[in-house]
Design a protein around this ligand. Structure first.
Ligand SMILES: Nc1ncnc2c1ncn2[C@@H]1O[C@H](COP(=O)(O)OP(=O)(O)OP(=O)(O)O)[C@@H](O)[C@H]1O
Ligand SMILES: [Mg+2]
Length: 247
């Protein structure tokens, strides 16, 4: 049975998770298709970096299934149907927007159906790329399956590096199986200083690489253009990770 290779991107607010998720999708398209991009941030905006629009989120569908499943369907059948409809088709990839769950107590039957379906549809893809909301608490709740690669993103600040280390420790105890965890320093203007390198090393976290600060990325997001292309720094990082994995 084919299983998709699942990449999750996490880290502190504003460090570049969404930008990097879009870059990863663009780059993986050159390796294999189809890809499923999952926007798991309630402030959904991965679509913009991928140049897509969406109409419905999984949270919307979850409410709909709870309240108004037609009599001719079981909840699970209806969920499956609506979920297929909510997938946004891109060029070589699909986008699924999780949205913002309503109210507390989302651990309901419908959630289990969601997990079931996510596991089912992700098998149709070669890669699944998940853009997470800031922080790590959500990872265990939101993702159904094990993760092959967790990319922790930090900017070059001390605060960023410390939260990446915290995220690393949380991830290890989160009850989700994660095969590989790598730190990516985004918006870098050169290698990190020795104090930060030492902190990272002592935490047992590995640096996968650096992505330089690029005026163009910043400018495009300021003007609302926002569509992100694959980036050569990132391509090297991913290539190296995949090579390491094959060994
Ligand atoms: N390498 C880079 N060079 C320059 N600007 C960047 C780079 N990466 C990201 N940015 C800019 O930094 C800002 C935040 O990026 P992004 O939205 O990807 O971060 P995020 O971690 O997803 O944020 P949030 O926590 O709000 O979801 C954006 O304006 C983006 O264009
Ligand atoms: Mg984001």
């Amino acid at each position: 049975m084919h299983l998709a290779y699942i990449v999750a991107v996490a880290g502190k607010g504003g460090v570049g998770k969404t930008t990097i998720s879009a870059m990863i999708v663009q780059y993986l398209l050159k390796i294999d298709k189809p890809i499923l991009a999952v926007d798991a941030d309630p402030n959904s905006n991965l679509n913009a970096t991928l140049g897509l629009k969406y109409k419905e989120t999984i949270a919307d569908i979850r409410e709909e299934v709870k309240k108004q499943t037609p009599e001719s369907f079981s909840k699970s059948e209806f969920f499956g149907l609506r979920l297929e409809e909510a997938l946004v088709e891109g060029n070589g990839f699909d986008l699924l927007v999780m949205g913002r769950p309503e109210g507390p107590g989302c651990y309901c039957a419908v959630n289990n159906i969601l997990r079931e379906y996510l596991a089912k549809i992700s098998k149709k893809y070669k890669f699944v790329v998940i853009d997470n909301e800031a922080g790590m608490e959500h990872l265990s709740r939101r993702t159904a399956s094990d993760i092959d690669l967790l990319l922790l993103v930090s900017d070059p600040t001390m605060v960023g590096v410390n939260s990446a280390i915290n995220a690393f420790n949380t991830a290890k105890g989160a009850g989700v199986k994660i095969k590989d965890i790598t730190l990516v320093i985004n918006k870098s203007k050169g290698e990190l200083g020795p104090d930060k390198l030492k902190l990272i090393k002592n935490a047992g976290l590995r640096i996968g690489g650096y992505i330089g600060f690029q005026d163009e990325i910043q400018k495009n997001s300021e003007t609302g253009k926002g569509v992100v292309e694959a980036d050569s720094d990132l391509e090297n990082i991913i290539d190296n990770l995949f090579k390491r994995e094959k060994k």
